[in-house]
Design a protein around this ligand. Structure first.
Ligand code: PLP
Ligand code: COI
Length: 362
């Protein structure tokens, strides 16, 4: 598909852009352009465009506004030490978007079209890729149903795929300082057979009440437990969770196995591949809140961290529920968490070798 390119007549003045890049915050500023590609059943993908960033006209009966037939992805473009710009594992995001699309009865997008769209947007707005440590250009591909119809007896047949880009700094203003987490009993993020494995907006809409409950209980983030027994640990906020057992040369990782209710994080997958290379064995399994608490109290569990594209890794320092509360490790970021973080960031920013070919040059 060839993109029709319309550059903005009013690009952000360089001085204003530099001021934003000096302290971008997270997800608040957007670059000068965006991608739109349309889809119609029977016709496939068509009308690919790069356009000035701006509002999109929508019919009020568009299905997405009523039934949330939507999905999204998230990945970053990094400015590497030698000045080149790369994205990290973009084909993995394309593949996950297509898995989400299958669950949400939405069309598959060719992986190469997905990556071409990212490359065109990042290449056009390359001056928006910040260069300081920890900064990046967050890329947000998303797709939603534009069919004008209120009936729910058939899925939509018209969709819009878009990509927008947002210069970003640290996701959590406290950086890598350990967060406290709340074990929600009232709210469930996802149930077997539901949409937990799909990166669809409704999962996040449904999470806000749980997050608010965490904050009301003095915690930073909410831990999602399984829907059935409210006992088995699944995710934290919008990150996957990794538990570190043991210390030093006997450290090993345990992370909840992908059971249909968890999002298959690309950071999680990267950690599971990098850790064994550093001599840290990994296991995908199950862990209950009782095992988590006992493990911390006995010293068997030395570190716990959340991982995701936005925050990279976020150590967990304290956990609290209605009837229990405990501390994890020393309350400071642990050495295994920091070692893995360093390794991943090194690959992303080009200061360490990229043994798996994860880095994709623009
Ligand atoms: N879990 C949830 C619910 C998420 O929304 C995300 C990130 O978007 C993750 C985990 C981490 O996934 P990734 O590492 O691909 O960013
Ligand atoms: C992540 O990238 O880790 C996220 O959780 C993104 C979030 C804003 C949905």
């Amino acid at each position: 598909l060839d993109f029709e390119i319309t550059l903005t007549e009013r690009p952000t003045p360089a001085a204003d852009r530099e001021a934003i890049l000096a302290d971008p915050g997270w997800g608040m500023h957007f670059t000068d352009h965006m991608i739109t590609i349309r889809y119609q059943e029977g016709k496939g993908w068509y009308d690919a465009r790069l356009e000035p960033y701006g509002p999109i006209p929508m019919d009020p009966a568009s299905q997405v506004l009523h039934y949330s037939q939507e999905l999204f992805e998230g990945l970053k473009a990094y400015r590497q030490a030698d000045g080149s710009i790369v994205t990290f594992r973009p084909y993995a995001n394309a593949a996950r978007m297509n898995r989400s699309a299958q669950r949400m009865a939405m069309p598959q997008i060719p992986e190469q079209l997905f990556v071409d769209a990212l490359e065109l947007l990042v290449g056009t707005d390359k001056d928006w890729v910040p260069g300081k440590e920890g900064q990046s250009l967050y890329l947000r591909p998303f797709m939603f149903a534009t069919t004008r119809a209120l009936g729910v007896n058939r899925p939509a047949d018209e969709f819009l795929f878009m990509v927008i880009a947002s210069p970003s700094g640290l996701y959590y203003p406290r950086g890598i300082k350990p967060v406290s987490v709340w074990l929600s009993q009232d709210y469930v993020r996802a149930a077997p057979g539901g949409t937990g494995e799909a990166k669809t907006g409704g999962n996040y809409a449904a999470s806000f009440a749980g997050q608010a409950e965490a904050v009301a209980n003095g915690c930073d983030q909410v831990v999602w437990l399984d829907a059935h027994e409210h006992r088995w640990v699944e995710e934290v906020g919008s990150m996957n969770l990794i538990f570190v057992y043991g210390e030093g040369s006997s450290a090993r990782l345990l992370t909840p196995a992908l059971n249909g209710a968890l999002l298959a994080g690309i950071t999680r997958d990267s950690m599971l591949k990098l850790a064994p290379d550093l001599g840290i064995p990994v296991e995908e399994g199950k862990i209950s809140i009782e095992e988590w608490q006992e493990g911390c109290e006995s010293g068997a569990i030395s570190e716990v961290f959340g991982c995701g594209t936005a925050a990279i890794i976020s150590p967990v320092g304290r956990a609290k529920g209605t009837d229990r509360e405990w501390t994890i490790g020393t309350g400071e970021p642990g050495p295994v968490s920091m070692r893995l973080r360093e390794e991943l960031i090194g690959i992303q920013y080009g200061t360490k070798p990229d043994p798996y070919g994860w880095v994709h040059k623009i």
